[in-house]
Structures are given as C-alpha cells and as structure tokens.
Design a protein around this ligand. Structure first.
Ligand code: ASP
Length: 357
C-alpha cells in the first residue's frame, strides 16, 4: 500500500505545541504546518505517511466550544476512511473537555483519535512537544494483524496514554500535565510502548461511524464551598434558560444539610432541571448513599455522576441535552457509561458500548 493511502492525519487546532517564538518580537506565533516535515525530519522514519490539516486561524484552547467540536467531528467523519488514525494537536487547557466531547460524538469509533499538545513550544530546546507528537503519531498508526491497537479517543502526554474522557489537567507547570485518577493508563512509552490491552476498548462489531454534532450548552456549574449563600445558590439554580446544573460537591458527593439548601435543589428538580452531582475530588467519586448529607440530595432528585471528571460530566450533559431526550431520558442516559467515561457501580468493568447513545 502506498505510504499516503495509509497515513495518519494530524489536525492542528492550536495551542503551545504549534507555536514558535518570533525572534524579533519574542511573541509566540503558529508554525507553518505545511513545513512540519522540514522542522522534524524524524517524521520521515514512519513507514506510513503523515498528512496535516491546520485550523486557520489556530485557536488557544480557552476558546474551544461546541461549534469547534462539531467542526473537528466533521473533519474526522469526512476523512475517516482515508486514514489509519488521527492525531489532534490541541492546547492543554481544555484538552480533556475536547477529548470527552469527541468520545461521545464518535459513535462506533474503530480508529485511534489521539489528542496531544505540550507545555513548551515545539522549537524550544527542552520542549516536550517533539516526544509527545512523535509518540502520539506512532500510537495513532499502531496496528496488529490489520487492527488498530487503540481504537479510542485518548490523550497522550509525557509518556502516558489515557482514555481521554478520564483525564483532567493537573499541572500548569510540569511536563506530566494530565492524570487519569479513576481509570488505568492505556499505554506507557519507554524504550518500547507497552499497551495495557485489558483496559483498551475494542468494538465487538464493525459498524459505520456515526458522528453526533449537536450540543446544548445550557448547563450551569454550581461549585459549593463552606459559607456559600442562599442568594448565590438560588441565582445559579435559576439561571434563565438553564436545562441542567452540575453540582460540584464535597468528597463522596456531600453538600450542606441546611434546609434552605436542600429545598433550593429540590425545587430546581421540580422545575425540570437535571441536577448532576459531581465530586470536587479528582480521585473516587459520588456515592450519595454514604452520608446523611448525600442521602438528602438523592431524595431531592439529584443524579450521581459517579467517578466522572468534571469535563466528562459537563460535555456529557451538553451532549445528552443536545439529543433532546427530555428529563427522564436524560437522567436514564446519565446513568449509563457511553464511552467508558464512568465506572458503573454494580460492576467495575469495561463499558459495553463506545460512542453516542
Ligand atoms: N493556553 C494554551 C492552550 O490551551 C496552553 C497550551 O497550549 O498548553 O491553548
């Protein structure tokens, strides 16, 4: 097979990895991806081609939004059959959100979609960008017996490959910027890349890729803290147009027991808002049956996000609301793990279904 027919597609959305310092001004400016091979001749060593597609203009990932997720989904949909895998270069700040969104959007995914970026621009002497980029391409192109080794949406960073919707950005300082506290690492890159096959999802049937592009952003995040006032809680639970509220609670899903708090939350549920409980702790998750404080929320109609990350919970809510399932349909779908984003309480095991609902 000709090199190009079997290529990896590199999509540059923006972020530090694709930046270079302008020697005159010292400002960071995007590199010209058309000349990536000249900058990184090592890419010629892959026995498959690497094609590039750069967003024009590139965006800082703080400007990421559902419309751009849909654009990314459309690119992957259009190019799906032509490429063996995809690498998405992305700013680190919201990489976990985009990885989560893509994991829900790409139903029946059977090819690798690997997001990566870097903490230092790719032209810097000590950059982490080169290693992240080269290994992400290697993983996106890795096959065994004609099958991709990692047919999932992943984040690769500083020698570790994670299920994307299980990650969060933990450091603005260190090279190991990401972590997946509630799901094992899918691969580790040392002298060799060793894959953790038991935790990688492999589709059991071959179905056509379906890309869901509709998100509804009418979600409010209410982070609680000791001393939060009724006025603050009431205002956020009554944001006009909101359809769901993500309640960021303490520990295993606990919140103040003061009657006014529980009453505000129960009233929001009665008004038809989906209230999803996600823990402020990165490790572990919500178990509302554990303490009286959690039980009260359960009685008020609050739904558990289990061990989902905040970024998975936000994007899952936007995704499900975008499907227009209604209150009951949304609540039922939230209890399911759609793309391995949540450990199911009964069986701490692999999801049976990857992709949209
Ligand atoms: N602010 C940048 C971004 O997320 C940081 C980075 O690229 O890591 O786009």
């Amino acid at each position: 097979m000709a090199k190009e027919q079997n290529a990896v597609l590199l999509i540059y959305t923006g972020g530090t990895i694709g930046m270079m310092e302008d020697p005159a001004t010292g400002a960071l400016a995007p590199i010209d991806f058309a000349h990536l091979h000249d900058m990184l001749p090592v890419l010629e060593q892959f026995d498959y081609g690497i094609q590039t597609l750069a967003f024009e203009p590139p965006i800082d990932s703080s400007d990421m939004n559902p419309a751009i997720w849909a654009k990314l989904g459309s690119i992957i949909e259009r190019e799906y059959d032509r490429f063996r895998g995809f690498v998405v270069l992305h700013g680190t700040d919201t990489m976990s959100y985009t990885a989560s969104a893509l994991s829900f959007m790409l139903q029946n995914l059977g090819k690798p979609v690997i997001l990566t970026g870097s903490q230092l621009p790719i032209d810097k002497l000590r950059t982490d960008g080169k290693e992240n980029l080269v290994t992400a391409i290697e993983i996106a192109g890795a096959h065994k017996n004609g099958q991709p080794l990692v047919p999932e949406v992943c984040v690769y960073f500083e020698n570790e490959l994670y299920r994307g919707n299980r990650t969060y950005k933990r450091s603005a300082l260190h090279f190991n910027a990401f972590e997946s506290p509630n799901y094992p690492v899918l691969a580790r890159a040392g002298i060799e890349i060793s894959y953790n096959y038991a935790y990688i999802h492999y589709p059991t049937t071959r179905k056509a890729l379906v890309v869901h592009k509709r998100f509804c952003p009418d979600v409010v995040v209410l982070k609680i803290y000791p001393g939060i006032t009724r006025a603050t809680v009431g205002t956020l639970l009554n944001v006009p147009g909101a359809k769901a509220v993500l309640l960021e609670t303490f520990g295993s899903g606990n919140a103040p027991t003061e009657p006014w708090f529980v009453e505000e939350v129960a009233a929001a549920v009665r008004r038809g808002l989906v209230v999803l409980n996600v823990s402020q702790c990165n490790e572990g998750g919500v178990d509302m049956g554990k303490y009286q404080t959690g039980i009260q929320l359960l009685k008020a109609g609050v739904v558990s996000a289990g061990d989902m990350t905040l970024s998975a919970a936000v994007t899952k809510l936007m995704f499900l609301l975008g499907k227009g399932l209604g209150y009951q349909g949304t609540v039922e779908a939230l209890a399911d793990s759609m793309a391995g984003e949540m450990t199911l309480p009964q069986a701490r095991e692999m999801p049976t279904r990857l992709g949209g609902a």
